[in-house]
Design a binder for this molecule. Structure first.
Ligand code: C2E
Ligand code: CA
Ligand code: CA
Ligand code: CA
Length: 286
């Protein structure tokens, strides 16, 4: 559909499109989309709260649909999970992201960027239980010549709740190799905090809902207490805390004071092309 006029028309048009695109048609188009190279990845910087330096980025996949334009992952990841396409799609995202990390590291070595820049990649539960996860990851790292420490795999808290040792084994092997494992959307899954010790994770990614509680001054006192509690527990277990959804400097400052280690959000940068990270991570010439 063509957008002829101003924003109003475009918005109405997008809504009509959204209704017209059925789950069914998107599901049918997914396998071809991978073959045709319609997916692309945007990267959102991860910023060290202590000194404001860029430490890496999270890879977020998008689908440039030939008729419907750019679709966000919430539109198609659930469909890919239902059909099993998430396995080859997830492998593609991992491969692209690791190659990107190599490129960043090369710039670093050349002295153009502050380092070390790392890449975070989301893993869906189906990938977690796939028998080739460890071998695929090892192969991808080796082919790209990237050390495991440059990769962080993000797994949601809900995927690991009640996970038995069989499910945790591959993650544990990856962690032993030096790949970081982050527990994503932490605080939404009602997991037993004592359970954390059992998981091979080194980073807690606090869900955006907590960051929202820091939007106003004074911050929501309950959220504040919860975040402080999680941070002190995490640090006592030697886990780093990353916060997502930071939209204002005020939130960033509060979360820094509360001891959070790393932040991600629109305040720093929206997800974007990999070169944007280069700009943000430019070595300060002064
Ligand atoms: P997530 O892992 O929790 O990723 C963070 C989401 O928050 C991203 O949405 C990001 O664009 C958005 N975000 C970042 N900063 C802000 C902010 O300051 N304010 C607000 N309101 N939002 C912010 P996105 O890109 O739409 O991704 C949605 C979800 O899709 C991700 O949530 C992740 O669970 C999933 N996803 C994305 N890429 C992949 C992938 O390659 N594989 C898998 N399995 N899942 C993916
Ligand atoms: Ca994530
Ligand atoms: Ca998250
Ligand atoms: Ca999320």
């Amino acid at each position: 559909a063509k957008a002829a006029g101003g924003n109003r028309y475009e918005i109405a048009d997008a809504e009509a499109d959204a209704r017209a695109i059925t789950r069914h048609s998107l599901t049918m188009a997914l396998p071809m989309a991978l073959d045709r190279g319609e997916f692309f990845i945007e990267y959102q910087p991860l910023v060290h709260l202590g000194d404001g330096s860029v430490r890496g980025a999270e890879a977020l996949v998008r689908w440039l649909h030939p008729q419907h334009g750019v679709l966000g992952p919430d539109r198609f990841i659930p469909l890919a999970e239902d059909t099993g396409l998430i396995v080859p799609l997830g492998r593609w995202v991992l491969e692209q992201s690791v190659r990107q990390a190599r490129e960043w590291r090369e710039k670093e070595r050349a002295g153009d960027y502050t380092g070390p820049l790392r890449v975070n990649v989301n893993l869906s539960p189906c990938q977690l239980t796939h028998p080739r996860l460890v071998q695929d990851t090892v192969d991808i790292l080796e082919r790209a010549g990237v050390e495991p420490g440059a990769l962080c795999l993000e797994v949601t808290e809900s995927a690991l709740i009640g996970a038995d040792d069989e499910v945790l084994k591959p993650l544990r092997r990856l962690a032993e190799m030096g790949v970081d494992i982050a527990l994503d959307d932490f605080g939404t899954g009602y997991s037993n905090l004592a359970n954390l010790r059992r998981l091979p994770v080194s980073i807690l990614k606090l869900d955006r809902s907590f960051t929202r509680g820091m939007q106003h001054f004074p911050a929501d006192p309950v959220d504040q207490k919860i975040v402080e509690g999680i941070v002190s527990l995490a640090h006592s277990l030697d886990l780093a805390v990353t916060v997502e959804g930071v939209e204002t400097g005020h939130q960033a400052e509060q979360l820094r004071v509360m001891g959070c280690d790393t932040a991600q959000g629109w305040y720093y940068a929206r997800p974007g092309p990999p070169d944007r990270l280069h700009e943000l991570a430019l070595v300060d010439a002064s």
